[in-house]
Design a protein around this ligand. Sequence first.
Ligand code: SAH
Length: 252
Amino acid sequence: MNLPQTDMPLFNRLRFVLVETSLPGNIGAAARAMKTMGFVEMVLVNPRDAGFARSDEAIAFASGAQDVLENARLVTSIEEALQGVHFAAAVSARLREYSPPIVSPREAAATACALDAPVALVFGNERFGLPNEIVEKCNALINIPANPDYSSLNLAQAIQVLAYECRLAAIGDAPRETNIGFQGEPASAEQVEGMYAHLEQALVKIDFLDPHNPKKLMPRLKRLFSRTQLETEEVNILRGIARQILDRRNES
Ligand code: SAH
């Protein structure tokens, strides 16, 4: 997906929604998984134990992340949990016949990062996962690629995987479809074409390219350059080299 980049950090606008969680220990472990990756916003839809924040098990599993646990918001419906959210992804071990587009954790993290709005990840119950009605409300379905013969992760571990991918995307350390290795301004098609023409002249000048028998040299060079996203400055460097070759040859 090609979405504009934003400066608003994902850490402040990514909500982890846990639906009908059964075990307080998992809620505690989920809080820890989120906090280790820098995320803090937890919303619980009808957990079995509404007093989870004071449960010994939850506190033990949360370890130092009790603040996330204490600040978790308790709601009674998925609509309430997703209020104000612009992109929600259902996280599910099960693929369904009818579902929103299926994406990997990495793709979902890149999309969440690129949006300038609150986003949510929605996780299901330990035994039953997410019901279809909730999956259908979401914009994407995230499946963690796992062992096909044993693909169901523990809830908190699934949260850890997603939180990790989102952290990498947020700090700019994940490969992104949209801007792999970008630093400067991407060169325009005209600039790249101009550079090819310039380079071709220089190669003819030094007799590397025979204009009467060019073979596949230029198409091969174009293929080589097209595998990288050239920046304006890089195109200028290549044109500078071509110019120098032409000037030197004209002098001699
Ligand atoms: N038996 C349930 C699995 C529940 S595991 C089912 O069939 O769906 C609890 C939650 O962890 C799931 O609802 C989901 O949110 C997450 N989860 C576990 N394994 C996952 C995987 N491989 N891909 C995506 N989410 C997963």
